[in-house]
Design a protein around this ligand. Structure first.
Ligand SMILES: N[C@@H](CCC(=O)N[C@@H](CS)C(=O)NCC(=O)O)C(=O)O
Length: 211
């Protein structure tokens, strides 16, 4: 398998965590997003969306981090990233999706670049935009987690797909100086996860392409 990756990509970070939890090694190719390598013809031929991560599995090319994580969970069932009960599965998927679909896309590189170059929004207002959408998402997440997250992780005593999505989003929030004080449950789950070797090895500054 070949993982197309970028150290600062939080969607790729999700996948690095999942691969580490599963103990699955891949070849790595790095796509430098700030230099625009995701828009190069040879990368678009692999992934027409021009996004990372991309996982090549033989002749097949898998895109979308959550779809790839579910693929890995089916292919390498241990340790499971989805809990056994259907209601619990729906719950952890909902946490993962609220991050991957409702928070992250509003603050993606190409969105921030559009605000800057096409709409002329200055850096201070772009930062306000960023923090607004993360805070709105985290407020709801903190309340949802308060209802169910009684163990160290989003659900129970082992990380799931919800934690795999939460940790990279918290890393992004820290990078953009989002005040995390109002979200003690999120901060505690993030700390519990990052104490685990598979999460630690996936962090952006531990990657070979980190600058
Ligand atoms: N929904 C996609 C999102 C992928 C995504 O947005 N990747 C970002 C990095 S975190 C990217 O490649 N951005 C390139 C760009 O914005 O030009 C997934 O979960 O895989």
């Amino acid at each position: 398998m070949i993982l197309h990756d970028y150290y600062r990509s939080s969607a790729a970070y999700r996948l690095r965590i999942a691969l580490n939890l599963k103990g699955v090694a891949t070849e790595r190719r790095f796509v430098h997003l700030r230099r625009g390598e995701q828009r190069a013809a040879e990368y678009l031929a692999l992934n027409p969306q021009g996004l990372v991560p991309l996982l090549e599995v033989g002749e097949r090319r898998l895109t979308q981090s959550l779809a790839i994580i579910e693929y890995l969970d089916e292919k390498f069932p241990q340790p499971p990233l989805l809990p056994p009960g259907p209601e619990d599965r729906a719950w952890v998927r909902a946490i993962a999706l609220s991050i991957a679909c409702d928070i992250h896309p509003l603050n993606n590189t190409r969105v921030l670049a559009y605000l800057e170059h096409d709409l002329g929004i200055d850096e201070a207002r772009r930062a306000t935009w960023y923090r607004h959408w993360v805070s709105l998402g985290f407020e709801a997440l903190e309340r949802q987690l308060a209802e169910r997250a009684t163990g160290p992780f989003c659900l129970g005593h082992a990380p799931t797909i919800a934690d795999v999505c939460l940790v990279p989003q918290v890393a992004n929030a820290r990078r953009f100086d989002v005040d995390l004080a109002p979200y003690p449950r999120i901060v505690a789950i993030d700390a519990a996860c990052r104490a685990l070797a598979p999460f630690a090895a996936a962090r952006p500054d531990a990657q070979p392409d980190a600058e």
